[in-house]
Design a protein around this ligand. Structure first.
Ligand SMILES: NC(=O)c1ccc[n+]([C@@H]2O[C@H](COP(=O)([O-])OP(=O)(O)OC[C@H]3O[C@@H](n4cnc5c(N)ncnc54)[C@H](OP(=O)(O)O)[C@@H]3O)[C@@H](O)[C@H]2O)c1
Length: 163
């Protein structure tokens, strides 16, 4: 199963100068809970925004650069078909595709599941989620986030399965 997981603001914004535009620890916690122990696939630019590979996950970086230098515990995939092969080799495990926008656009047509965090606020940035045709997706779970001193924006977690 190929699952996209991302957080967007009310305008579909997802990135700012290689980083997330907001600080929302509850979303980071959910991301960690869902993805730990699993395969995570990310674009080369998203990987470059990390200080290190995501711990306790198998990190895969999507890049067309065959000479890309990566840490020894990080693997490269060169196209979407290779993500599908990875999913076929691990039929009982989710393969989490964690962004960014270019990767989401490429993988959306073959995704089975979406984990979306919607932050009901507006931020500044430079990278947006590609358009998702939600008529093709069924909302299977929704959880409204708790706003507190550490999580200052209204937010919700929405899970979709392909119809
Ligand atoms: N809010 C969120 O949930 C979230 C999640 C992730 C990232 N982000 C944000 O998104 C931004 C980065 O996104 P981005 O769209 O600029 O870059 P990106 O998708 O992370 O990376 C783009 C790169 O990935 C490789 N790539 C993408 N599609 C490919 C394909 N089909 N086949 C082979 N390689 C492919 C290419 O690398 P090469 O050029 O090396 O070939 C491409 O230049 C950052 O600001 C980040 O913080 C936000």
């Amino acid at each position: 199963m190929i699952a996209l997981i991302w957080a967007e603001d009310q305008n579909g914004l997802i990135g700012k100068q290689g980083q997330l535009p907001w600080h929302l620890p509850a979303d980071m916690r959910r991301f960690k809970t869902l993805t730990t122990g699993h395969h995570v696939v990310m674009g080369r630019k998203t990987f470059m925004g990390f200080k290190r590979p995501l711990p306790r996950r198998t990190n895969w970086v999507l890049s067309q650069q065959s000479d890309l230098v990566l840490p020894s515990d990080v693997h490269r995939l060169s196209n979407v078909a290779e993500i599908q092969t990875l999913a076929a080799v691990h039929p009982n495990e989710p393969i989490f595709v964690i962004g960014g926008a270019v990767v989401f656009e490429a993988v959306l047509p073959v995704a089975d599941y979406l984990y979306r965090t919607r932050i009901n606020a507006s931020f500044e940035g430079d990278t947006w989620m590609p358009a998702v045709d939600y008529t093709q997706w069924q909302l299977v779970h929704q959880q409204i986030g708790t706003v507190d001193e550490k999580n200052q924006y209204p937010y919700e977690f929405d899970d979709f399965r392909r119809r």
